[in-house]
Design a protein around this ligand. Structure first.
Ligand SMILES: [Zn+2]
Length: 144
């Protein structure tokens, strides 16, 4: 368990892992020696929780290094999904502007196909992007 306390000299937060109360620790900021207080007298705050969660971020980076192509594809697919969505909204608006004109049949065709293809491709691109991440996560969790 980790906990922290304030430096007696400068007030800097000192985070402690695997140290017993009564041992001395040097403050990183001022170099002053501090005696580790009893862990029961101090509170575990957000800063020490961040320290604890740090190894998890490390695992993510290792997966990223292991599958850089998959990560890139996943990210690209996500962008493509949004580009497709924006494009189909653009086509949809274009179709709507045609509605009031003589080309009503063409307008309806444009509107319906933009909604259909826009939604289908947006969902499939996004789903595929998430699926790649899911596979990486599954691989990561089953590695241990
Ligand atoms: Zn200090």
């Amino acid at each position: 368990m980790s906990f922290n306390f304030k430096c007696t000299n400068c007030g800097e937060n000192i985070v402690i892992h695997y140290m017993k109360p009564g041992e001395s620790i040097t403050c990183k900021k001022c170099g002053c020696k501090n005696i580790v207080p009893d862990s029961n007298s101090t509170q575990v705050d957000k800063q020490s929780e961040l320290w604890v969660s740090a190894p998890n971020n490390k695992t993510d980076t290792s997966s990223f290094k292991k599958y850089p192509a998959l990560y890139s594809i996943s990210t690209i697919l996500k962008y493509v999904a949004y580009i497709v969505l924006i494009l189909s909204i653009g086509v949809l608006i274009y179709g709507l502007t045609l509605l009031g004109t003589y080309a009503k049949t063409l307008a309806i065709t444009i509107i319906s196909s933009s909604i259909y293809f826009g939604l289908v491709s947006f969902i499939s691109f996004l789903a595929f992007s998430e699926l790649i991440k899911l596979f990486i996560d599954i691989e990561k969790n089953t590695r241990k």
